[in-house]
Design a protein around this ligand. Structure first.
Ligand code: ZN
Length: 238
């Protein structure tokens, strides 16, 4: 998730909504693909971060092998997948989704709908872990809104634009997981966080989101390229 947040910062610095993700192949713990929001550059409303990553995976996994491949993939995304992306991920058979902030308007993994768990949409259900580095993901969105307001024809008053770095909305754990799953994931000592609807840590890793992350894109392209090579090599050896 730290890597996804660094890419989110890159997106912010390049005029995009700071939502980003990485896809990790769980058995090898390697980054397979990455994505960031691309709606502003492409002028395509559906160019969400998840789709960029899915397209990268399709570069080296054939359609008939996709379901088998995605079963071993965990998606780390800074903001909960929207309903459209959650549905696509489910149909592809993703193994697990880990996200930072909830998506209050369009969230498909528990906030608005629970696509990952319901029985009426097609595809296999998948585990979803919320609230990982949530404060960092929220702060990236706040930076974005402050910048957008400053560019607006009628910017709001300075007071309204002031960045809040202290207060965070309650974490509605119960929308995403029951008590038992929470304990299993975060440990019994954190159960008070579940009850009180707060993050399991109040620390914010500012260095991930306040520093320029211009090297991240090249790093991730290398990971993607290397993974493709490994896969090709394995196929040839088979
Ligand atoms: Zn989406």
């Amino acid at each position: 998730m730290e890597t996804a947040l660094r890419l989110g910062r890159y997106a912010l610095d390049h005029g995009e909504t700071p939502v980003a993700c990485i896809f990790v192949h769980s058995p090898t713990d390697r980054i397979v693909a990455f994505g960031m929001n691309d709606t502003n550059r492409s002028l395509t409303g559906v160019a969400h971060a998840e789709f960029m990553g899915i397209e990268q995976i399709r570069e080296f996994v054939s359609p008939d092998e996709l379901a088998c491949f995605f079963r071993d993939v965990t998606l780390y995304v800074t903001v909960e997948p929207c309903i459209m992306c959650a549905s696509a991920l489910k149909q592809l058979g993703i193994g697990k989704v880990v996200f930072g902030a909830g998506n209050d308007r369009f969230g498909g993994n528990g906030t608005v709908l629970s696509i990952n768990q319901d029985k009426c949409t097609s595809g296999g259900n998948h585990e979803s872990i919320p609230g990982v580095l949530r404060r960092e993901a929220i702060m990236l969105l706040r930076y974005f809104y402050v910048r957008s307001n400053e560019k607006a024809p009628k910017p709001r008053t300075k007071g309204e634009r002031l960045l809040d770095k202290e207060n965070f909305p309650p974490m509605q754990w119960q929308n995403y997981m029951d008590r038992d799953s929470f304990v299993q994931e975060f440990g019994p000592d954190k159960i008070a966080c579940y009850e009180s609807k707060i993050d399991w840590t109040s620390e914010v890793k500012w260095e991930l989101i306040e520093q320029c992350q211009d090297s991240i894109l090249e790093e991730l392209k290398q990971h993607h390229y290397q993974f493709g090579l490994r896969l090709k090599h394995k196929k040839v050896r088979r």
